[in-house]
Design a protein. Sequence first.
Lengths: 352, 557
Amino acid sequence: MSARRTKSILSRGWQIVVLPFWSTSALWAVGPDDTPSHGTNIFAPASTPAKSIADLSVFVLVITGIIFVVVFALLFYSVVKFRERVIDAGREPAQVYGSTQIEFAWTIIPTLIVVVLFLATARVIHALQDAPEPAGAVEVTAIGHQYWWEFRYPKLGIVTANELHIPVSNPSHPTPTFLQLLSADTDHSFWVPELAGKTDLIPNHPNRMWVDPQRTGVFLGQCAQYCGTQHAKMLLRISVDRPEDFASWVRAQERPGVENAGAIPGRRVFERNACMNCHAVGGTPADGRFGPDLTHLMSRTTIAAGAAENTRDNLRLWIQNPSAIKPGSLMPAMKLSDADLDAVVSYMETLH
Amino acid sequence: MSSNVITVSVGQTDAKPWVDELHQWLATVDHKRLGILYIVSALMFLVIGGVEALIIRIQLMHSHNNFVSPEVFNRMFTMHGTTMIFFVAMPVLFGFANYLVPLMIGARDMAFPRLNAFSFWLSFLGALLLYFSFLGGSGLYGAGNAPDVGWWSYAPLGARAFSPGHSSDYWTLSLLVSGFGSIGTAINIIATILCLRCPGMKLNRMPLFAWLNLVMAGMVLIAITPLSAAQIMLLIDRYLGGHFFDTQAGGSAVLWMHFFWIFGHPEVYVLIIPCFAFMSEIIPVFSRKPIFGYPVMVAATVSIAFVSMSVWAHHMFTIGMNSYANSFFTLTTMAVGVPTGIKIFNWIGTMWGGRIQFKTPMLFSIGFLFQFLIAGLTGIMMAASPFDWQLSLSYFVVAHFHYVIVGGILFALFAAFYYWYPKMTGRMLSESFGKWHFWLFLTGFHLTFDVMHVPGILGMPRRIYTYEAGRGWDTLNFIISIGAFIQAVAILVFVANLIISYFKGVPADNDPWDAWTLEWSIPSPPPAYNFATIPTVASRRPLWDHKHPEDPDSRYE
């Protein structure tokens, strides 16, 4: 009983500490369309790793808060109480050189606090890092590239970019997602604050992380490790789908991309220019891997790693002059004629 | 006490041509002049690094701002970080150590005056090399540019595949050259303190200032060496076909991180321990009491030095170390909090029961205590590695280390400037300017760096030149930028105070603060030879003994 009571006091303490952040997160709870859009607040966790971290954080915040109040009170008291007064003029105070007992006390007490904090932390480290992968887990390989994300589902044979789809996880029947993190070039870091802490993507150093989101909707994040010129616009979107939505997304991704024969002029432009050196379109000769896979481009809501909405105008601008959207991006300006540009954009629009 | 003055024949005493004066400054081997050279060059770079910070803050005032391009923004934060750490914080602290250590231990100069001059000019040359990159960064290709790889230049971003041209080579050479300078200075400080103490000044009678600088110098020797080694390895990678950090040829990015942070974390203590030294001199004098717990202060410093050598990988909690490594570095990092806490308690213990005088140096010292307390507590938060998985690489960590470096180190430095300026120049700094400087800087500091914790909690990563609207970051960033400008105004007040007081300040006598260490026993500014006769001390506070012969410290120690 008393343990439960302590817990409720702690969680109330948390509410007070994070109240300013909660009020803003409420604004984000429902986005403009019907899919709820979530923010990037570390105190609005929607997945076990983020939740364990937030709970530990509250514990640490409460302890450091108590230390702050005590030490600040001592400092404030001594500044006010022992300020020089007019009547003191010229008289020196008692010269005190120290006290072994007091020194001993303020060595032992902080040491005990450190032990408590360490044990609480080590428990969370072990629980999160050494969690075994259950049989029903979804596996994803995330590969960081200079300024975009490649996502591969090795068991499902799906390749996509920048917008990760994963199923919601029911606590009674968990379907967590385990990510293997790789890098194709420089260091990156995968950070979606409401799902988990960040983990770096480092070349020659595969990493692992996992999430088990318990709410549906789009979760935002971005690259957190400085990776070059456009580090700022290497944005991340994770769509957490209901199981049936995820299954139908998977089926759609497994279909070949090119179905509409009417778009052939644009396809020819795509394959006769440099586009296919970097981009892949499933079912066609285009199999470049330097840039994002475009097989199901139109299933994504954004382009350029979240830098722009996926609209016809933005696609056209992106192909013609990427610097207008993302200066420093490795996508070259294609310098196509207007007719070719329209044709290739129309081709892109068939890639559902 | 040796307050008598030797008359030294210095040739003609009438006005010299400025060339002679300049020559004396450039060719000097006097520790006081070299100290002032360090300090003045650091102040110059403080202003330059501050302008870079303002450019960063203008760009981030609102989302999707176009004040500078991403390339320029990335150069600005790289140059700001490198400048502030290597060419402001370290030189200015070396400057104070150079100036004050011989005076406090009753010596006539540093142990190796020529090495001292050599070290200064190496450091200064390093700074010039870094800034030359603006002109010559791309070498033969024409347009210059500064390095844009971040101040820790993580591999493989620093490899030639990702940083072509020569801009990051200037960064590498600059740190290498100034690193040699730092090592020279550290050797010099250690030799001076161990060999040149005046008669009677046993190790346990040294002012804490000397003790803490001794520890700092020892840490420099250990910390700068791996940095220099890593820079040489990086040059081998870039120009001699090595593959230490070249991941495309099987090199290790993580190896670079270890090299960098095994320098980088002790470096934080290299910077903060001299500031502890300032506090340990200034707080007692303005509280009118001796330092509380002198032996414990020394022991705490030495233990900070030892433990801080084993905490470096807390900068790397996000790189995917295993759970044992993460737990180990969590424990060591939290453990540093114990001796650091002891120090804060001892400073409060010094003030307890004293008669605190709120002169400008003391105001900045109290600011230091308050801010360092908060910086330490946010440090404990990030030591809890899971919490760090959220906070690391975000604006929270930027706020945390600026709390250490600006709220801690810079506040302590301002206290030191106001305290020792009279000794260095023979003039007092203006107290009214000083109060303006303090309150303006305090306001700007808290506006900027208190608020800066919040966007980190709301998911804003560091080193982004722009950000999306609608994440709750706009207003916060605007407030942060306003605070930055208030700090800039405060710095202008400070610089004005330094310049105006140099010409028009109230003349200072030997001992304007009624202090207790040896530097206050000789004229302000001190003569070239410092002490006409080498003093003999019998306690930790020789001037207290001199002023209170009826109740000397030597009776109790």
